[in-house]
Design a binder for this molecule. Structure first.
Ligand code: NAI
Length: 354
């Protein structure tokens, strides 16, 4: 397993590995950039089949956080952490506290939060050992970033509908959502309130039933959900869903969802463009949650928070315009915009890694 020569290394400032003998913790923290501020990014707990998979995931997620915060105009760098293990079987108070110690050992250059496999209670356990956590406030549910993430994705869909179809409203739009968890469920509610018809799939039957009963989401199978003839397809589950094979089966004009790292490879952004699909880069549209975390720390007003999330629509419109004018993928344009912001700040000549 290589680190410096890894295909996703892309000039990470720091990659730290930690084993805690007492709790059995095996974890990696990756800090891609602190050019704009401390690196903020969630802690994912996942039963990776191999250590190399965990390293690959943390490096890609960490770099995505740099781009996300830069484009959202936040004073944060990009980082991420992973705990190798099954969150349903291997999570313990000792393990989470050991993770808190690990985060603390970096002296504040990395601030952690919730991600897939961890929740507010887990971050609270880490917070017993370190102040370097985000996404928490006095109200147990106040730290949940998913309502703001869903709102940002909803705004992204609106911007894409305007650009692609010249429509101001989503009335009569058909949207297909993969994953009706924290973000997908709330996104479905916003879309239905705006007049859209929402189709959805979830491998968790309880989540699917709840969305059907409470919101009127029309259930479809997990195999079909990405390939439905719909105006918009919204991946809100796991990453790497777009590759040569899945793109060839798409029957939509717009892809816009919350899932991180949706492209299996950088070439898939160009593949989507050449297939006539307007792709909304995930790190642009799913920034609502981290914008929310920033405003919680600042104790800002609701008005300021919503206005800031609203800027996702403006940024995306600029990405679409540049992509059309230059005939390059939206993913490439958005990465270049983020790199320009970083270069302007620290004067270095960071390059876009493949
Ligand atoms: P979640 O874990 O609450 O929901 C994901 C849902 O997808 C679950 O209900 C799961 O059963 C379902 N699922 C998993 N694989 C599936 C498949 N193959 N087909 C259909 N359903 C499947 O996660 P959450 O918080 O809603 O996040 C969703 C995505 O958005 C993740 O990729 C996450 O990294 C990303 N994201 C989330 C943010 C947040 O504020 N929660 C912020 C930014 C990104």
């Amino acid at each position: 397993m290589t680190v410096f020569a890894h295909s996703s290394f892309s000039e990470h400032e720091l990659v730290a590995f930690h084993h805690d003998r007492r709790s059995g913790l095996n974890a990696i923290i990756a800090v891609h950039s602190t050019a704009l501020g401390p690196a903020v990014g969630g802690c994912r707990m996942y039963p990776y089949a191999a250590e190399a998979d965990a390293l690959h995931d943390v490096l890609r997620l960490s770099r995505g956080m740099t781009y996300k915060s830069a484009l959202a105009g936040l004073p944060f760098g990009g980082g991420k952490s992973v705990i190798i293990g099954d969150p349903r079987k291997q999570k313990s108070r000792a393990l989470l506290e050991a993770m808190g110690d690990f985060v603390h050992s970096l002296g504040g250059c990395y601030i952690t939060a919730e991600d897939v496999g961890t929740d507010v209670a887990d971050i609270r356990a880490m917070a017993r050992r370190t102040p370097y956590v985000a996404g928490l406030d006095d109200n147990e549910h106040g730290g949940d970033p998913s309502p703001s993430t869903a709102y940002g994705v909803f705004l992204g869909i609106r911007a894409a509908a305007r650009h692609r179809y010249g429509k101001e409203s989503l009335n009569d739009f058909a949207v297909s959502i993969q994953g009706l968890g924290h973000v997908g469920f709330k996104l479905a509610r916003l879309l239905i309130e705006d007049g859209a018809t929402v189709y959805g799939a979830d491998i968790n039957a309880t989540n699917l039933e709840r969305a059907a009963e409470e919101l009127g989401v029309r259930p479809i199978s997990s195999d079909e959900v990405l390939f439905l003839p719909a105006d918009v397809v919204a991946p809100c589950a796991m990453g790497a869903v777009w590759n040569a094979d899945s793109i060839s089966k798409l029957r939509t004009g717009i892809v816009c969802g919350a899932a991180n790292n949706q492209l299996a490879t950088p070439e898939d952004g160009e593949r989507l463009r050449q297939s006539g699909v307007l792709y909304c880069p995930d790190f642009v549209v799913n920034a609502g949650g981290i914008i929310e975390a920033h405003h919680q720390r600042q104790c800002s007003s609701e008005c300021d928070r919503l206005a800031h999330i609203g800027r996702i629509e403006t940024t995306l419109a600029e990405v679409f315009r540049l992509s059309r004018d230059r005939q390059v993928s939206t993913e490439l344009v958005a990465k270049e915009m983020a790199e320009d912001i970083l270069r302007a700040r620290d004067g270095t000549n960071q390059s876009i890694a493949a």
